[in-house]
Design a protein around this ligand. Structure first.
Ligand SMILES: [Zn+2]
Length: 282
């Protein structure tokens, strides 16, 4: 049984879920992954002690009073994600961390990790606000994806007094920023360094073309662009028939069609695309 309640907040209604003892989830309205992985059977229980405790904590948070102890938390996820969520709880109020910084911390404690995998774990945090995934920013200062929306991330950081002047909101042009260099642009000018060798074949299938070009599973491949079809992976995977933020509104179904017809998800990307290696073929 999953117990549910709704609380009013300055950010609009918050939905909370509990197993009776601990908080399992806290979602903002319209958040991606809402109630992901919860038992289907639910019951509204606003009087549950753990909900009252969470409510008191949230009131203090939004009013910037001294925070009472955290309610017991039991987010569901892999061992790796649990490690990352624990690290997030260590980022103090009013401070920020980067994906790269968190990755280094994990490595220092003996956990092998990539910033992409960390980004996937941060993006899938089921207990918004209390587990402060909003305090993670790109190493270039970008306010990268927040499952509750970048506007809400800004709101939380502002509330905590973070200096937002050094942070910026990325435009929906990420695909261009991360595009691999076109093959013809890689040729070195005389006297220059030789071009970088092509990246090693991936191990995991691209959700669009199906070729094994992904270095990590798609759930963890933050801002990864498939070198074969140029689909930009969306870790906040909206489903096959819903527009993907990372691909400027294109759906995965449209991306697949385009790849079949053109050889890339968009015609203007064709010059950047490369043929799949034999070992990458689906
Ligand atoms: Zn692909």
């Amino acid at each position: 049984m999953t117990y549910l309640t709704k609380l009013a907040s300055p950010m609009g209604p918050l939905s909370l879920a509990s197993d009776g003892d601990s908080i399992l989830g806290l979602w903002l309205e319209g958040q991606k992954y809402f109630a992901a992985g919860l038992e289907a059977e639910t019951e509204e229980r606003p009087d549950l002690p753990v909900f009252l405790q969470a409510s008191a904590w949230l009131d203090a948070y939004f009013e910037k009073r001294n925070l009472p102890p955290l309610p017991p938390l039991a987010p569901k996820g892999s061992a790796f994600r649990q490690r990352v969520w624990k690290l997030l709880l260590e980022i103090p109020f009013g401070e920020t961390a980067t994906y790269g910084g968190l990755t280094e911390k994990l490595k220092a404690s003996g956990v092998s990790a990539s910033p992409q995998a960390v980004g996937g774990a941060v993006g899938h945090n089921p207990i918004s606000i209390i587990i402060p995934c909003h305090r993670v920013v790109g190493s270039d200062g970008s306010l990268t994806g927040y499952a509750g929306g970048v506007k809400k991330k800004r709101f939380l950081l502002e509330l905590e007094g973070v200096d937002l002047s050094r942070l910026y909101t990325p435009k929906r042009e990420t695909a261009r920023m991360f595009l691999p260099t076109a093959v013809h642009e890689r040729a070195p000018a005389p006297g220059q360094m030789p071009p970088e060798p092509p990246p090693a074949p991936g191990k995991f299938p691209c959700p669009c073309c199906g070729c094994k070009t992904f270095p990590v599973p798609k759930e963890d491949a933050l801002a990864y662009i498939c070198p074969v079809c140029l689909w930009e992976n969306d870790v906040f995977d909206p489903g096959e028939d819903q527009p993907s933020d990372e691909n400027r509104g294109m759906t995965l179904a449209e991306g697949r069609e385009a790849y079949k017809k053109l050889g890339a998800v968009r015609e203007e990307f064709l010059k950047y695309a490369r043929k799949p290696l034999p070992e990458e073929l689906p």
